[in-house]
Design a protein around this ligand. Sequence first.
Ligand SMILES: NC(=O)C1=CN([C@@H]2O[C@H](COP(=O)(O)OP(=O)(O)OC[C@H]3O[C@@H](n4cnc5c(N)ncnc54)[C@H](OP(=O)(O)O)[C@@H]3O)[C@@H](O)[C@H]2O)C=CC1
Ligand SMILES: CC(=O)C(=O)O
Ligand SMILES: [Mg+2]
Length: 754
Amino acid sequence: MSDNRESSQYDEALRYHAQGKPGKMEIVATKAVATQQDLSLAYSPGVAAPCLAIAEDPDAVYDFTTKGNRVAVISNGTAVLGLGNLGALGSKPVMEGKAVLFKRFADLDCFDLELDTEDVDEFVNCVRFMGPSFGGINLEDIKAPECFIIEQRLREEMDIPVFHDDQHGTAIICAAGVINALDLTGRDIKNTKVVVNGAGAAAIACLELIKAMGLPHENAILCDTKGVIYKGREDGMNQWKSAHAVETEHRTLEEAMVGADVFLGLSVKGAVTKQMVKEMAAKPIIFAMANPDPEIRPEDIADVRGDAIVATGRSDYPNQVNNVLGFPYIFRGALDVRATTINEEMKIAAAEALAELAREDVPDEVAAAYKGNRPVYGPDYIIPVPFDPRLISHVPTAVAKAAMETGVARKPIVDEMAYRNELRARLDPTAGSLQMIMDEVRAAPRRVVFAEGEEEKVIRAAVEFRKAGYGVPVLIGRKDIIEETMTSLGIDTLDGIEIYNAREMEDREKYHNFLYERLQRKGYLFRDCVRLANQDRNIFASCMVALGDADAMVTGVTRRFSVAYKDVRKVIDSKEGQKTIGVSIAVGRGRTVFIADTAVTTMPDAEDLVSITKEAAEVARRLGHEPRVALLSYSNFGNPAHVTSERIREAVRLLDAEEQDFEYDGDMSADVALNSDIMALYPFCRLSGPANVLVMPGLHSAHISSKLVPVLGETRVIGPLLVGLEKPVQIVPIGATVSDLVNMAALAAHEAGQ
Ligand SMILES: NC(=O)C1=CN([C@@H]2O[C@H](COP(=O)(O)OP(=O)(O)OC[C@H]3O[C@@H](n4cnc5c(N)ncnc54)[C@H](OP(=O)(O)O)[C@@H]3O)[C@@H](O)[C@H]2O)C=CC1
Ligand SMILES: CC(=O)C(=O)O
Ligand SMILES: [Mg+2]
């Protein structure tokens, strides 16, 4: 525990959880409750109708309530990760975390429930009486052996899936990894020697599943705090451990590891030494899955073995064998067919689907995360990454099919392809794309100047940028002030962060000369340029980028966009033949829309609109969306005819005159562009579906809509991204958060790598 408190992420994680609304989730209404009429439908008297319908036909609960999409994540906190018994309250952040992951990866709505009891009967009663509220029960971080009894009893007593994730979720992912690691090392499971460290919930379930896959009983040695579980041992035993006891001379983990082919760690940090790893067989398979810290760190394994396949439960090493790859998708599939249970066949289907996915050619979105090193099935890629966008359609489909085949599905899937599409649409593609982009930046880190280096928010962002591995942050400002702020924030090291003071930088004269050359015929004397560089941090930062002393820049928290933009443009031009524009990305439920130009062109003429259209389409494509562009107006295809929409029609004609490799059409109004039913009134419209790129008729409408949308609805707006400058510069809105700054800095770094 004390080690975790000292870890570099400890404070950052506390801040993350505390910022804004404390915790990680909130409840959002899915129906409008805005009028008297809404109120009388949502509540009394209208609510009586679904109540009566459900009383008459219990299955109707799935049609009229949240039950079918609702999972409870339930713990008593007796085995919180590998941290031990932290109690119900101490487990809440993990349970909220699981709930968030259910939502993020499978669009399932969860309640986290922390029960303040270690008594099996009390726990079971508490859960079973809540059955009507939920579509499924995910038990979490309950220690062995109580977890085995609790799960068994709840499975018998409840008519919805009950699944102890630490047992079966972990076993499924571990099995998928083992299938592929055995394949890669040319082993037959029947001749493989396995050592499992930890004999609790996760370990026992993993061993059982691997035995079900063909591992002979006598080939596995299970260890716990007392060492090897051998036949005849009496100390610290229970029936679940006894079932895996073997005849062996070995008494310690150290002895058991000699010559072992596979090590599965589901115990605690640091349980394995380098010496033990040295003693394993050739091409050993080492899954050190304890969280948050593994039994042995991959670096330590690398010190002694170059031939090992290594996996951990963490996201910061290759091969993350963590149940996050399973529980969201397993429940998604189970709930979608209203399964009564999650049976062995469904678990094996999930493991096989995961193992298969890792062997398939990775899609571009995943490839982007490994820039220059496309992940290929092999020792460093035995299991899909959690952000793989294929997981949502692949794994639930396999689970749902297995449920149907084994007769536990109450609502079978009729059209598999339609189901896959529905699954895909549940996830927000931009979140996936952004993650991929961030991973790509991590693979090719850059130097990014944070122009407003004395601002607290900016310093924090720089620290996070460095910690995230995006590159070297360069802060512009006075060193003593920045250091003072860092100390007050409790940041004790400048490691990896550079600070430049415009007045003191050694070779600052090159910036003065550069500026003078650009600005001398715009009314600037040399001394004006010196003053500009010394006093205006945006100018100084832009000079660093322009002269290649940094790769990209981010600014904007202290000045209005237009002011910061003007500063930057004194130093950096638009790309040859391109306009500089702003593209905002509105990310809503199941829909991502790019809005342009939200930053620069006040009243675009037809030619401007052509450039905006092409550049916005290009940005959408770069972020993984096939563009369908609508040139917006208040009119639709010439009606009402008015001079203000003529330039939009002209832009469409100009686009038609060249060849475009994306769909576009206009003039049209926003409802026609975004609603396929209304678009159907114009059957000649050339868009094959609702538009995902909206080219606005002017800065006013672009700006207003991008500010209105997030306030009115559940939509997040990212940007505007500045597009079309010769060097990557991003200007955040004045109220930007630390994470906005980090995102924009990373996007700028990403552009530098294009
Ligand atoms: N990567 C992943 O997806 C997952 C990882 N895990 C990790 O697995 C670990 C165990 O979790 P869980 O099964 O839920 O917990 P349990 O409390 O049910 O089991 C813990 C087991 O670890 C054993 N153990 C503790 N310290 C040692 C040690 N030094 N050497 C050998 N065995 C030891 C205990 O032995 P004894 O019986 O003698 O007390 C017990 O058998 C945790 O670190 C957890 O984070 C769990 C689920 C998923
Ligand atoms: C991942 C997980 O569930 C655990 O470590 O307990
Ligand atoms: Mg757990």
